[in-house]
Design a protein around this ligand. Structure first.
Ligand SMILES: *Cc1c(COP(=O)(O)O)cnc(C)c1O
Length: 362
């Protein structure tokens, strides 16, 4: 394979598109005649302003983000949003959460520090292998928002339809599905995503937030960095942003536009995931762990009959040049993350290997 790269099925940080990495390499030492790398550039320079402006505009074009939504580039990873969301959006001190796996659980635990958290639905009873019915949630009239993790990276479950929020603001953690398919931004009050799953390098979150949710009246002890309005008023440049991640993400946005946008990306992702799920559905050795309706296109967990055999398969895949197929330590088994930048050939090669492994070890 070109550059001796391997198929990297990591859940994050994860594989990036090769044409993007090549462009970054080509611009590394001297970015477009500036005589310096983007890594070395002032975030107040004209060259950098153009990079961040274009990144935002390209993202707006890709997702069709309406004008009344702000796009923010914030550091601290998706984890910081677990606190920032309640700190900024809990006006009445009350919010409804849907518990569907490891990441929504963490968000719930963090939000409890800031107000009342009502877990209106949970799939804990079946170890987070499905998404509970959210068509008629019990939502108090004064709840500030309804929160979901739209794609649970560890458990591999994804919402097949959005909850009925009964007029309340919907907040979604889209970290591991961001830009994997078209998204109707107006269905949400806020969307956020850590970019190291499906977009770029680690260390940044993109938050898309409806303007009317920005507030001047936060608790005065709120750290200044954690105020969405301040971030919006300063175009994500109140302090030095993650310049490098914004630059790399901007390249990925242009790349996605060049291949036909999110509709085209979605087709590719459906096609790719089908290769994996079709294999799992006919295999006698491997079983997908998630109910069909809620299977993620991005994170595909599967198991053999026991942990010992799981470990043997993980070791064999690694020896064959497939990296990071070990399931998260909290659930075990295996997990193939098939993000945007994973080519179909990678999934086909993995399936071919697993088929041969099954035949040899039946
Ligand atoms: C990875 C992940 C997070 C945490 O991201 P960090 O950037 O490591 O804080 C949160 N939510 C989801 C859905 C994730 O996949």
């Amino acid at each position: 394979m070109k550059y001796d790269r391997i198929y990297n099925f990591s859940a994050g940080p994860a594989t990036m598109p090769e044409p993007v990495l090549e462009e970054i390499r080509d611009e590394m030492m001297n970015y477009r005649g500036t005589g310096m790398s983007v890594m070395e550039m002032s975030h107040r320079s004209k060259a950098y302003q153009q990079i961040i402006d274009e990144a935002e505009q390209d993202l707006r074009d890709l997702m069709g983000i309406p004008d009344n939504y702000k796009v923010l580039f914030i550091q601290g990873g998706a984890t910081l949003q677990f606190a920032m969301v309640p700190m900024n959006l809990m006006k009445n001190g009350k919010a409804v959460y849907v518990e569907t796996g490891a990441w929504s659980k963490k968000a719930i635990a963090e939000a409890k520090k800031y107000g009342e958290v009502i877990v209106a639905a949970s799939s804990k009873d079946k170890n987070y292998t499905y998404v509970p019915d959210c068509s008629d949630l019990d939502i108090p009239a004064d709840a500030d928002y309804v929160y979901i993790c739209e794609n649970e990276t560890i458990h591999g479950v994804t919402f097949s339809q959005l909850p009925n929020t009964k007029g309340h603001v919907l907040v979604s953690d889209q970290s591991s599905m961001f830009l994997s398919k078209p998204c109707n931004v107006s269905d949400y009050g806020m969307i956020y995503a850590g970019v190291q799953k499906n977009v770029g390098p680690a260390g940044m979150v993109i938050a898309i937030i409806r303007e009317d949710l920005l507030r001047d009246d936060l608790d005065p002890t709120t750290p200044i960095y954690m105020n969405y309005k301040l971030q919006a008023d300063n175009d994500s440049m109140y302090n030095t942003p993650n310049c490098w991640a914004i630059y790399c993400c901007g390249k990925v946005f242009k790349y996605l536009k060049s291949i036909g946008g999110l509709d085209a990306m979605y087709e590719k992702n459906l096609d790719k995931a089908k290769v994996m799920y079709d294999f799992l559905d006919q295999s006698k050795m491997f079983t997908g762990t998630v109910e069909k309706e809620f299977r993620s296109l991005m994170n595909i967990p599967f198991v053999t009959e026991n942990a010992e055999k799981d470990a043997a398969v993980v070791a064999a895949t690694k020896a064959a040049g497939f990296e990071n197929l070990k399931g998260h330590k909290s659930v075990g088994g295996l997990r193939a993350s098939t993000y945007n930048a994973m080519p179909k050939e990678g999934v086909e090669a993995l399936v071919k290997f697993l088929k041969e492994y099954e035949a040899a070890n039946a």
